[in-house]
Ligand binder design. Sequence first.
Ligand code: 4AD
Ligand code: MG
Length: 436
Amino acid sequence: MALATVEGRIYVNEAGRHVAEDVWVFGWLYHRRDKGKLQFLLVRDGTGIIQCVVSKADVDEATWQQAAELTQESSVKVYGTVRQDPRAPGGYELLLKRLEVVQIAKDYPITPKEHGVDFLMDHRHLWLRSSRQHAILRVRHEIIRAIRDFFDERGFVLLDAPIFTPAACEGTTTLFETDYFGQKVYLTQSGQLYMEAGAMAFGKVYCFGPAFRAERSKTRRHLIEFWMVEPEVAYFDLDDDMRLAEELIEYLVQRVLERKRQELEVLERDLAPLEKIRAPFPRISYDEAARILEEAGTGFRFGDDFGGTDETVLSERFDRPVIVHRYPAAVKAFYMKNDPEQPDRALCMDILAPEGYGEIVGGGQREDDLEILERKIEAHNLPRKAFEWYLDLRRYGTVPHAGFGLGIERTVAWICGLSHVRETIPFPRMLYRLEP
Ligand code: 4AD
Ligand code: MG
């Protein structure tokens, strides 16, 4: 559906449907170049870039002069005839007839020369205009759309979880505390506990929203504010959970390959490893993973959770995401169910993306027994009062259930082949960055 608000106005990505017509394009000047009696204006409008040819013979002197004075990122409205030309970037060009200058931008800070990452991050609000950022954020959009389609097609109900929470879900060390009319509350670390209530009400649910972790880690995988999709399903066990997660990941990768190839090309992403992402994924136990790490000599100690290097070493062993299951219960969250066959192990799983991208999914089967859960809350020194509602879920019709969380930014970084998560979210919040 065209969204033109002005008669004859089109968006650049619609140019193919308007060959030989006179149209308006509203946008910004990306680049200008002179060639004798011709000027070439590259105009971007967010949907693409179109080359406008200004011919001295066809326009009046004032228009010629105005075009010559355009600077990078000046806002302009251009009017002209659409022509197909395989040599033009994008395949179409506009033979300019009229030009309206909205504003002349002076000294746009991001020039075609190389800039350092810090400089670009300081100018993130402007950096978003570049073609590389467009490619990444369009892949992000596609992934989010695919996530919704995946769960909606399977009959899940979208249930939004609250952002202010009175209880910690993922450990008390990474909580952001804030004041709620005199009461101490936290920004949510995960919507999981609320999804468990949702699963008992609707059977299968998911939430999709921001999560906050006051993590003092300055790594290429950590953000302070990130987005997560969290499905939760009643009468699901750990195996069901793993199958759902691998099906989702395969779906996301295939969708991006299908619909965002051009963007992956801009990013120079090697497509061969992505094309291999087909379920089922290999599954290894924590013990098997520990043996691999001990042999590799990463400094890993049995009983610990995996560090960044450990995850890299493990994920590089496989050409598909690898599911690691049954970690020691002691290093995992209070809500996890213990494996009845190995009581010191939790019925949990993490999925590590290939090519060294590390953990993109964490989840598992939840403790469904009231008394065991009460003891765990106590053992983790969590305030019982804040969890009374959660314990109700085990008092009134408790059933086995499982779910997981998939981090959007790490998934985007992996699929786009980026070395850091900072470019996968429009305005990243990191340990040393809160602006812009
Ligand atoms: O493994 P996590 O902490 O699991 C949970 O929060 C569960 N309550 C989810 C659930 O079972 N419903 O986080 C899940 C995922 C990670 O695998 C990772 O992809 C992402 O969220 N994640 C982060 N992404 C960026 N920056 C951070 N600081 C992240 N912390 C977790
Ligand atoms: Mg985790």
